[in-house]
Design a protein around this ligand. Structure first.
Ligand SMILES: [Zn+2]
Length: 457
């Protein structure tokens, strides 16, 4: 059965949230017995003592009007900006779309309420003393003026509305790093649109002088579109352009200094190239060196370009890993100045490169093992993941064990130049000095730890 209210939910809530309600604690107590939904039902009223009934009948309305004066309108009827669900804090209506806010000046309490609820209390005014009716009337006339002015402007300056709209949306959707001069033009225009154009639209009449100013803004907007579009084209098509992928990479990985330098140049330059490690870019840049490498008898393995890239040198089948970033830094002149006479310093390149892929390690090891066999070192065992190679020395009946990758890379120049045979002494000395030496039994034990068995020697 529906219960009739003596004091409605809206009234009761507004009243108990006002400081004035503290003057009649008994009434406040009755109203907030259900804290979430303060109100007074007719039935409850009937059961009250006579003096309380009399008070409510004769005094409450006046008291309530006094309580009103504690409140002012902060804003009225604004469309919700996010997807949060908001319920009216006076009547409890679910998920209201247009929000009004009133605040109590005495205790600072604020209530978000629906447009129907706020119009139930037409005596609340805003901080300028305007009633709800006045606020709404003024808003309507501003909207009307704006519409009228837009119509006038569109006739005088064709497409102006579209242009301004496009301009406003452009930067919301922009994911590119703008070159700083373009950014500056954007900011100036944006400020003129906000401070001039938007304000002129609210005027009763826009003077000729102001229309001139809007013509000027429109021309600059059109010019800006051209500059922006050309820049984006450059970003996407030029190898040094800050394309979308690059911009994403920079926002995730770049520091402020890099960002600042890139923005002021509007592209990747000699100053910034070494700091860019975006994979697509590295691939494209290293590929650019293809011809230069080839003219120096270095063959680039395109499939392997990343932070390192592999090359074979002088048709040798062994692949060397070169650090992409130090290579770019060293030879960037070729990219930026088109200097095709650059000679690649092979010794330097090899010194900084490593042999790391399994095939190349095996081939290199073969070369060395074959050469030292005649000097009493018999290659016995190697394992790349264990990073270990052992040579058996018959005379001493001992195993000489060294770290495989370090061993190979120590002699990479001789391997490359097919010059192992002429440098045997140095290789043997390395084995003598760097080896761990095992007896047959100990070496067997050592390998058993890795579940590896070796046969009899
Ligand atoms: Zn409501």
């Amino acid at each position: 059965m529906m219960q009739r209210y003596k004091i409605s939910k809206e009234q009761a809530k507004l009243y108990v949230d006002s400081t004035l309600s503290d003057d009649t604690p008994w009434l406040k107590e009755i109203l907030i017995k259900d804290k979430k939904n303060p109100c007074l039902y007719e039935k409850e009223y009937e059961n009250l003592e006579d003096f309380k009934k009399r008070f409510i009948d004769s005094r409450f309305n006046n008291l309530f009007k006094e309580a009103f004066k504690e409140w002012h309108i902060e804003y009225d009827n604004e469309r919700k900006k996010d997807n949060k669900i908001v319920d009216c804090q006076l009547c409890g209506q679910k998920n209201i779309e247009y929000l009004s806010k009133i605040t109590n000046d005495k205790n600072g309490k604020s209530l978000i309420i629906g447009s129907r609820c706020i119009s139930k209390f037409p005596y609340i005014v805003d901080s300028y003393g305007r009633t709800l009716t006045q606020i709404r009337k003024e808003r309507d006339s501003t909207t009307n003026r704006k519409l009228k002015n837009e119509e006038i402007l569109e006739k005088r300056i064709p497409n102006i509305l579209n242009n301004i709209d496009k301009f406003n949306k452009l930067m919301v959707n922009n994911k590119y790093i703008l070159r700083s001069d373009i950014e500056r033009i954007y900011r100036e225009l944006n400020s003129d649109i906000n401070n001039k154009y938007n304000n002129y639209l609210k005027l009763k009449n826009i003077s000729e002088n102001k229309i001139e100013k809007i013509v000027n803004i429109n021309n600059r907007v059109l010019k800006f579109f051209k500059i922006y579009e050309d820049y984006i084209k450059f970003c996407e098509n030029d190898i040094f352009g800050l394309n979308i992928k690059m911009c994403e990479w920079i926002s995730l990985n770049g520091d402020y200094n890099l960002y600042y330098k890139l923005a002021s140049d509007g592209k990747i330059t000699q100053n910034t190239i070494s700091q860019i490690k975006e994979p697509n870019f590295i691939f494209k840049i290293i590929s650019k060196f293809d011809e230069l490498l080839a003219s120096n008898n270095l063959l680039l393995q395109k499939s392997s370009i990343g932070n390192k890239f592999k090359i074979s040198i002088d048709n040798n089948k062994i692949l060397f890993d070169v650090d992409s970033f130090s290579f770019i830094e060293e030879y960037k002149d070729y990219l930026f100045n088109g200097n095709i006479n650059i000679k690649i310093n092979k010794n330097e390149l090899i010194r900084n490169a490593t042999i790391s892929d399994n095939n190349s390690i095996r081939k290199s090891l073969d070369l060395i093992a074959n050469s030292i066999y005649n000097f009493g070192y018999k290659y016995e065992f190697s394992d790349i993941s264990l990073n270990e190679v052992s040579f058996y020395k018959k005379k001493e009946k001992e195993f000489y064990v060294v770290k495989l990758k370090e061993f190979i890379n120590q002699f990479k120049i001789y391997i490359l130049e097919n010059n192992v045979k002429n440098n045997i002494e140095e290789i043997l000395k390395y084995i003598q000095e760097k080896s761990e030496v095992y007896s047959y039994i100990d070496y067997k034990d050592h390998l058993r730890n890795y579940d590896i068995k070796i046969g009899n020697i």
